[in-house]
Design a binder for this molecule. Structure first.
Ligand SMILES: Nc1ncnc2c1ncn2[C@@H]1O[C@H](COP(=O)(O)OP(=O)(O)OP(=O)(O)O)[C@@H](O)[C@H]1O
Ligand SMILES: [Mg+2]
Length: 459
């Protein structure tokens, strides 16, 4: 798509002309507080569409195998024994957290029937990000201070002392413990993985302590660990010593297809009032999310957002067009949130790639081409010019965030292999968002710059 605005001289002007600022959906009311009295004509129970809502088993779609396997591995805890270590692997929104919460909740209930006290702690490691933080959280969530008399301070004692308190809490209160470490890979950020020996990474240290608590610290209660990760190769990363004591089985959660996503939404239809959903809504939400690697979280979010768009428009029904608006909004918000948080250097590099995409017929570019445009931009706004390797490293992060695609490619002869970059998101939207940045707003995209870019990438 060519950059239309002929007169546009800078990225800031481009942003102002195209106005990507997320638009407010609601109409203005004479009395803004009247919303408090209005009856909701769209939703009957919006809570069913909350992400942490755990539906009944008959509402969980296509995960019988995974439920059964997790149940088998946790079963020994029902009689106070030790379950088997397990890693649940799969992309985001594939039901890992749901299955774990569901099965472990049932297991705790069965334990109670047998007079076995099973403690369950579900820790979101993405929020903690260090071994000690995780141990503190674990101890706090299992502790009942009025029964144990043990306090867990926020800080101020050594990691070893936190472990000791954790073991005491466990032995005082429970016969068996199920520890769920959700997003466990986030305990060891990629920088660490490269620079720290595996046994010193926070995730390994924690797993080691938990899996050897019985042997080394005389903890009587059994401890069973379930790790969850989006990284399908997470298991390979574990230190061999951890591997041998934790010895997890891996359970893979495949992506959902559009039919399964449709089923998942169908089973939450009760969130809406009767006759509010038109026939296209569920199939369209499922189709959009099936394109996003079959992400059930995205499908449910979209399903809810479409209803909110309809409600904000005072519509009596949710229609296909509400889904489309919701889908665009969700994408714009995602990109704006991501871009706003980027360092200036990364913004300049992404702007380079996005203008190349806009100015030419091509959509994939060599890293060297991107770097030349980046350099021209950085010089034009008097920013530091970083080396090519630093810039490509910075961009790598946006690969994980699905803004950019990076692949090693070969053109068969002459140049050997090279790094190829392309955008996964709408280039115009990226430029509009980057144009809102105070410094990047000055990036020139006038006729001269355009010629320069064409001379690098061809037209
Ligand atoms: N099979 C399913 N049936 C019904 N609802 C599902 C199913 N799978 C996922 N969901 C719903 O989709 C949402 C996302 O699922 P969940 O949180 O379990 O994904 P996840 O695999 O843990 O993703 P992430 O790796 O991003 O944490 C939740 O609201 C969950 O209830
Ligand atoms: Mg999860």
């Amino acid at each position: 798509m060519p950059l239309h605005a002929e007169g546009t001289g800078t990225l800031g002007e481009y942003a102002a002309e195209h106005g990507a600022v997320a638009h407010s959906r609601s109409k203005s009311r004479d009395d803004p507080l009247s919303v408090l009295d209005e009856e909701d004509r769209i939703f009957a129970n919006e809570d069913l569409l909350r992400i942490d809502h755990v539906p009944d088993q008959n509402k969980i779609v296509g995960r019988n195998n995974q439920i059964e396997t997790v149940a088998r591995r946790l079963k020994p805890t029902i009689t106070g024994g030790t379950g088997k270590g397990t890693l649940l692997l799969g992309k985001s929104g594939s039901g890992k957290t749901l299955v774990t919460r569901y099965v472990s909740r049932e297991v705790v209930g069965r334990g109670l029937e047998n007079d076995v006290r099973i403690g369950r702690a579900v820790i979101d490691c993405a929020q903690r990000r260090s071994e000690v933080q995780t141990v503190i959280h674990l101890a706090k969530s299992l502790n009942e201070p009025e029964k144990t008399g043990i306090t867990i301070p926020h800080s101020g004692i050594a990691t070893g002392a936190y472990y000791d308190r954790l073991w005491s809490v466990i032995d005082e209160l429970y016969d068996a413990i199920i520890v769920v470490l959700d997003e466990i890979d986030r305990l060891a950020p990629p920088d660490d993985v490269e620079n720290v020996p595996p046994e010193e990474a926070d995730d390994s240290k924690l797993l080691m302590q938990l899996s050897r608590a019985g042997e080394e610290n005389d903890v009587d209660a059994s401890i069973t660990v379930i790790g969850i990760s989006n990284d399908l190769k997470y298991g390979d990363r574990l230190d061999t010593r951890v591997e041998s004591s934790f010895s997890p089985d891996e359970i893979v959660f495949p992506a959902y297809d559009a039919n399964q996503l449709g089923d998942i939404l169908e089973r939450r239809r009760d969130a809406y009032r009767e006759n509010v959903l038109t026939d296209d809504v569920i199939p369209l939400c499922s189709a959009f999310s099936a394109q996003e690697h079959g992400d059930a979280r995205r499908a449910i979010d979209l399903f809810r957002l479409a209803g909110e768009v309809a409600r904000d428009n005072d519509a009596a029904q949710v229609t296909e067009s509400h889904v489309r608006v919701a889908n665009d909004d969700a994408e714009v918000t995602r990109i704006q949130d991501l871009i706003r948080g980027c360092p200036t250097q990364a913004k300049i590099a992404i702007a380079a790639l996005a203008t190349m995409d806009e100015f030419s017929e091509r959509s994939a570019f060599k890293a060297t081409e991107m770097y030349r445009v980046y350099r021209a931009f950085a010089e034009a706004i008097d920013a530091n010019v970083l080396g090519k390797k630093r810039i490509t490293d910075q961009l790598r992060e946006y690969e994980t965030l699905k803004i950019i695609n990076m692949t090693r490619t070969s053109d068969g002869y002459r140049e050997g292999t090279y790094l190829q970059l392309s955008l996964l998101d709408d280039s115009s939207l990226l430029l509009q968002t980057i144009g809102l940045d105070e410094r990047c707003a000055n990036i020139p995209i006038d006729g001269r710059m355009r010629q320069h870019i064409v001379s690098i990438v061809g037209s």
